[in-house]
Write a protein that binds this ligand. Structure first.
Ligand code: COA
Length: 160
């Protein structure tokens, strides 16, 4: 992911956040305070920089169009880990879902994290988000009742 991608990534992230809110707050998006909406998401002006600089955030792009993104950064000295890949958000354009784009974005971030010496990866998940849960399971994350899916990147049996 590069700075030039940010406008399109922001559009896609906001449309996916709205998609999620449609179910949870019954289409009340327009009534939410603008300042709060502007600060939502990893692509917001307040939050994007460390994700962009991390080398762990990627876009799925074809013919100049962006069809998916993943935002991740390396965290140090948290949860008993020196180097932890923190995956904040990812999404794929609804028109092209189920084409392995999400899988490949997630795999790319995990591979890049391994290459940077990460011990584990933590990824934000919502218990009511079946596609996201299935995706994380497919790639090998461990999940319990927490809102974070875990992966041991030093596991010798791990194949990414
Ligand atoms: C979750 C999301 C990123 C998946 O992207 P995608 O490109 O459609 O996923 P893939 O095609 O790579 O699917 C990989 C695996 O994920 C699981 N999966 C994906 N979508 C699924 C669905 N709708 N139902 C059940 N399993 C699903 C499957 O195991 C799938 O493997 P399979 O096709 O061999 O069965 C996409 O649904 C999305 O953008 N959702 C809205 C935003 C969101 O919820 N982001 C996640 C926040 S962590």
């Amino acid at each position: 992911m590069k700075l030039k991608d940010l406008r399109k990534v922001r559009e896609l992230e906001i449309s996916c956040i709205k998609e999620y809110f449609q179910e949870t707050i019954e289409n009340k998006w327009d009534d939410l305070p603008q300042e709060w909406k502007d600060n939502l998401g990893a692509s917001s002006p307040k939050h994007f920089r460390p994700y962009l600089d991390s080398g762990l955030s990627f876009v799925a792009e074809e013919d100049g169009e962006i069809y998916g993104f993943i935002f991740a950064q390396m965290l140090h000295h948290v949860a008993d880990c020196d180097n932890l890949v923190w995956i904040e958000n990812m999404a794929v354009d609804p028109l092209v879902r189920r084409n392995e784009i999400g899988y490949r974005l997630l795999r790319e971030t995990l591979r890049a994290g391994q290459a940077q010496g990460a011990d584990v990866a933590h990824s934000m998940i919502s218990p009511d988000n079946a596609p996201s849960i299935m995706l994380h399971k497919k790639i090998g994350f461990f999940m319990d009742r927490r809102m974070v899916a875990l992966m041991d990147l030093k596991d010798p049996k791990l194949k990414l």
